[in-house]
Ligand binder design. Structure first.
Ligand code: 13P
Length: 288
């Protein structure tokens, strides 16, 4: 059964580790992430962007696939199904469809509007026992065609949003979705420290987990980050393994063209990436 992310993230914050949010795109992604979490006894959050939801034909399909898979694979670790960077309308659709967690990304609105919309969603979500992530200060890079600059959040605005009763808070600290450019200045730990000072026990969320050096990840966790989002890194690993299979001509040998064979190396590559991240984030064994 899907669970809210509240419990797992409060435990992570108190225990100084982070739970990974891994974005899903299809059956292979979902199966790879769920099996790895179960094998490593780690809690996990499955992220679904609005674009990925549309790709998978809609949120109801996603809920049906994830629930069915959890039952058939006997997944017993805590799993949250979470809308990533949702619009207000997208949040309402996912609540209706049976997600257990949502993110409302109001970071591009003036703070008053972000507060007003987040307040409404806090009300709806708490009645349903779901978790809600809010965002202050946009995350840089490209996400579903929207390019953000990667600004640093205003800690006072973070406190204003945290006080509304959200479950977890994403604060921009110079992080970017996708690969980091060579001239990236790194995470602003000064901003993160200031946000944590004002928001106390609130589990903080680090987006753009792909390509952040291990020492920065560890420092971010020590300063209150309890949820780390990873998307691009699984995509790169999948693409590389699939390219290798085809370049080696394996799809042309025997029944190598069978999708169950063709997609297997990419599937294994996602599993390996998820495992590596769970080790780095410290979430292994935390579901026992
Ligand atoms: P990356 O694609 O950079 O890993 O970022 C994922 C993310 O933050 C999803 O919200």
């Amino acid at each position: 059964m899907l669970v809210s992310a509240k419990d797992m993230l409060q435990k992570a914050k108190a225990g100084k580790y982070a739970v990974g949010q891994f974005n899903i795109n299809n059956l292979e992604w979902t199966k790879a992430i769920l099996l790895t979490a179960q094998e490593l006894k780690s809690p996990v959050i499955l992220g679904v962007s609005e674009g990925a939801g549309k790709y998978m034909t809609g949120y109801k399909t996603v809920v049906g696939m994830v629930n069915g898979m959890m039952e058939e694979l006997n997944i017993t670790v805590p799993v949250a199904l979470h809308l990533d960077h949702g619009s207000y309308e997208g949040c309402l659709k996912c609540i209706e469809a049976g997600f257990s967690s949502i993110m409302f990304d109001g970071s591009h609105y003036p703070i008053e509007e972000n507060v007003a919309k987040t307040t409404e969603l806090v009300k709806i979500v708490s009645e349903k026992g779901m978790s809600l992530e809010a965002e202050v200060g946009s995350i840089g890079g490209e996400e579903d065609g929207v390019i953000g600059k990667g600004e640093c959040a205003d800690p006072n605005e973070c406190k204003a949003i945290a006080d509304l009763g959200v479950t977890m808070l994403a604060a921009g600290i110079g992080n970017i979705h996708g690969k980091y450019p060579d001239n990236w200045e790194g995470l602003s730990f000064e901003t993160l420290d200031a946000v944590q000072q004002l928001t106390g026990d609130m589990p903080l969320v680090l987006h753009g987990g792909t390509g952040i050096p291990a020492d920065m990840i560890k420092k971010a966790i020590s300063l209150g980050v309890a949820k780390i989002n990873v998307n691009t890194e699984c995509q790169l690993a999948f693409a590389e393994a699939t390219r290798k299979y085809i370049e080696e001509g394996k799809d042309q040998q025997g029944k190598g063209f069978d999708p169950r064979k063709l997609l297997a190396p990419g599937f294994e590559a996602i599993k390996a990436t998820v495992k590596e991240k769970m080790e780095l984030f410290g979430s292994i064994g935390k579901a026992e």
